[in-house]
Design a protein around this ligand. Structure first.
Ligand code: ATP
Ligand code: MG
Length: 651
């Protein structure tokens, strides 16, 4: 059984697997330890991950990046229209009410929703993992930003489900990192907790989480976010400044040319990375547009000045996290950083200065989140034994339930899961009702939510409620916030006060039966829920479609492989027939065979370029029918002297 952790980053995903030796980060098909989070569509197939990256500029209109940012959002969400639109070159579209894209795939226009796109990418991640562990992949833990709300979490879970990934837990990025940190530390205190501030600045967002460690457990104390602070914001600053320079110096406007803009973005990201280790970085782009080459030199101070508005925002998140944790700076014992953007020296310096501490380097900046996720998966999986370690994560946004007032009850709402309530968590609420009633679940502080997210979580109708002896029935409602951070009403039931026998002991230690009043469950009530989950039929439709597309991609790959084998055989045999194999082939068929081999190679480059797989396979089989006996005779002849020698040696 698989034990897999997936750090689903906005730029790239890192995959870690638990094996008997420990946790390993695995490589993809081109030996990279992170896989680009990109999906691309072509006339014959899809391109996923690394293959999609090579399409990013040449096939920009059908290539989608920043998938994670679209998760659970609607098409008209301002975040989609005003922010993500700047990063995604494909045309955004409404897909069954969800944010999606319209692309040209298999020669026709098709619309895919964000859940479908994420599923496609996760299917690729699953394939990469299966190839590495040489077995099926199902159980996994996927990480999401701590600021993801229910609808966003549901989108990722649905995508995983569609591709047969059994997500045991959606865990917050930094909670995963904190778990990895805690479980490997052998010197955690027994009494006074060790407080660690974890900072993650990735490609698109920034999180600070403060966690307290004791031997065998961690408790998340508080967190804060900036959902619009990541590497891509820094890239955009460089792009903006260079675009202005190019306009003046070279008289070109890259904003009028998508391809030019994309190429400048790639160059800007490279420039930013070079500046993390060097005082200056050159930017050169050949024939960026209008046949013009452009070049510039950016130095670090200049970059820091350009991005000063971002650097001044760095401290805000740290201060907010402390405030949410109810802590002061001097209570923080260690500071750990993950995420690619924390490599920017000015960011590192700001964080270090804020806490008045050197940054610790226990964690692998790029891999800690995935490793933590794999550890969490191992802990939840029955096949692995992991050292006991408790992870007490907390609610990011308080959740309240609301209902209509009744003559007996004026109250109409309650905060069921408040800030810093641990997850998972179950609460039992009591109601007195004469008839069926409905509870609405909403995020209690809509202004704290990421922009564009509707605060509504769900609606739950408790049915079959009737008065008991003319009085309102007493009803218990069990509300659960599960391990993924998703809310549900698990059950509802009636209770009544009844006299029951209870066994107690009197002061002489003798048993006594006493009649006492007790609440007893008297019946279950059906609950009808409405949530932000996609309808089951739609998920089924998506799942079906995904497996068709997957099968098509596999067929295209197999066809390509069959074509390559045929071509290789054609070339190789043609040379060998005229060379080493020449004396082992019947002279009467030799010329004809060589001719056939030539013909097949020519055919591949001509009308055979787009043939179905079966045709390549048949042609190869036909050639091998003639070629194999020749190769066989050659091998026998080659082996003979060795056999004779071996016989001689034993005499
Ligand atoms: P997110 O966590 O926001 O969803 P992610 O997990 O995919 O995104 P990371 O892989 O942590 O993001 O970081 C990627 C970002 O880090 C990119 O913007 C990249 O340009 C930036 N980055 C990587 N190396 C460096 C470097 N040496 N200097 C500056 N930035 C860097
Ligand atoms: Mg990340």
């Amino acid at each position: 059984m698989s034990v897999v952790g997936i750090d689903l980053g906005n730029l790239q995903a890192v995959i870690a697997v638990a094996r008997n030796r420990g946790i390993d980060v695995i490589c993809n098909e081109v030996s990279n330890r992170a896989t680009p989070n990109i999906v691309s569509f072509g006339p014959k197939q899809r391109y996923l991950g690394e293959a999609a990256k090579t399409q990013e500029i040449s096939n920009a209109k059908n290539t989608i990046v920043s998938l994670k940012r679209l998760a659970g959002r609607t098409f008209d969400d301002p975040e989609v229209q005003e922010v993500e639109k700047n990063f995604i070159m494909a045309e955004l579209a409404d897909a069954n009410g969800q944010a999606g894209v319209k692309v040209n795939y298999l020669g026709e226009e098709q619309v895919f929703s964000n859940v479908q796109l994420i599923a496609m990418y996760l299917n690729k991640i699953k394939d990469i993992t299966a190839a590495e562990i040489k077995g099926p992949v199902s159980d996994c833990v996927i990480t999401v930003p701590g600021w993801f709300t229910e609808v966003q979490r549901r989108a990722v879970l649905a995508a995983a489900e569609m591709v047969g990934l059994n997500c045991l837990r959606l865990v917050n990025d930094l909670t995963a990192a904190a778990l990895g940190y805690g479980i490997t530390k052998t010197d955690l205190p027994e009494e006074k907790p060790r407080n660690v501030a974890f900072v993650d600045i990735g490609h698109s967002s920034y999180t600070c989480q403060i966690a307290s460690f004791l031997k065998g457990q961690l408790t998340v104390r508080g967190q804060a976010f900036d959902e619009h602070f990541g590497g891509r914001e820094f890239d955009a600053v460089i792009v903006d400044k260079l675009a202005a320079q190019f306009k003046e110096k070279f008289k070109i406007d890259v904003y009028t040319n998508k391809k030019a803009l994309l190429r400048l973005r790639v160059a800007a990201e490279r420039c930013k990375k070079v500046l993390s280790a060097n005082p200056q970085a050159p930017v050169n782009i050949e024939s960026i547009m209008d046949d013009r080459d452009v070049s510039a030199m950016v130095n670090r101070e200049e970059f820091e000045e350009w991005a000063s508005h971002l650097f001044t925002r760095t401290e805000e998140v740290l201060a907010k996290a402390l405030e949410n944790a109810g802590m002061k700076i001097d209570e923080i014992d260690y500071v750990e950083m993950v995420g690619g953007t924390t490599r920017i020296p000015a960011i590192k310096a700001t964080i270090s200065k804020f806490f008045g501490k050197e940054i610790s380097t226990t964690l692998n900046q790029d891999e800690a989140v995935a490793r933590g996720a794999a550890l969490q998966c191992a802990m939840l999986s029955p096949v692995f034994k992991v050292r006991d370690f408790r992870v007490n994560d907390v609610v990011t946004y308080p959740i309240k339930l609301t209902w209509e007032a009744t003559p007996e009850e004026e109250e109409t709402e309650i905060v069921v899961f408040d800030n810093n309530n641990s997850i998972p968590s179950t609460k039992i609420l009591t109601f007195f009702r004469r008839e069926p009633f409905t509870l609405q679940a909403v995020y209690a502080n809509p202004e704290a939510l990421p922009r564009g997210i509707n605060p509504w979580i769900g609606q739950y109708t408790i049915k079959n409620v009737e008065p008991v002896n003319g009085e309102p029935a007493q009803i218990k409602v069990k509300v659960r916030l599960n391990i993924h951070g998703i809310l549900s009403v698990e059950s509802a039931y009636t209770v009544e006060e009844k006299m029951v026998d209870e066994e107690t002991k009197n002061k002489d230690g003798e048993k006594e039966i006493k009649k006492v009043k007790k609440l007893v469950k008297t019946g279950d009530l059906p609950v009808v829920s409405g949530t932000t989950a996609l309808p089951k039929e739609l998920i089924n439709e998506y799942t079906e479609k995904e497996s068709q597309m997957y099968a098509n991609d596999k067929l295209i790959a197999a066809t390509e492989a069959a074509k390559n084998s045929l071509e290789e055989y054609g070339y190789e045999m043609r040379d060998k027939i005229l060379g080493p194999l020449s004396e082992y082939i019947d002279p009467s068929i030799k010329d004809k065979f060589a001719e056939d081999l030539n013909a097949v190679v020519d055919w591949i480059y001509d009308e055979g370029y787009d043939a179905p797989k079966s045709v390549y396979v048949e042609k190869l089989d036909a050639l091998k029918k003639i070629g194999n006996p020749v190769v066989e005779r050659y091998r026998e002849a080659e082996a003979r002297p060795h056999a004779e020698r071996a016989l001689r040696d034993t005499m």
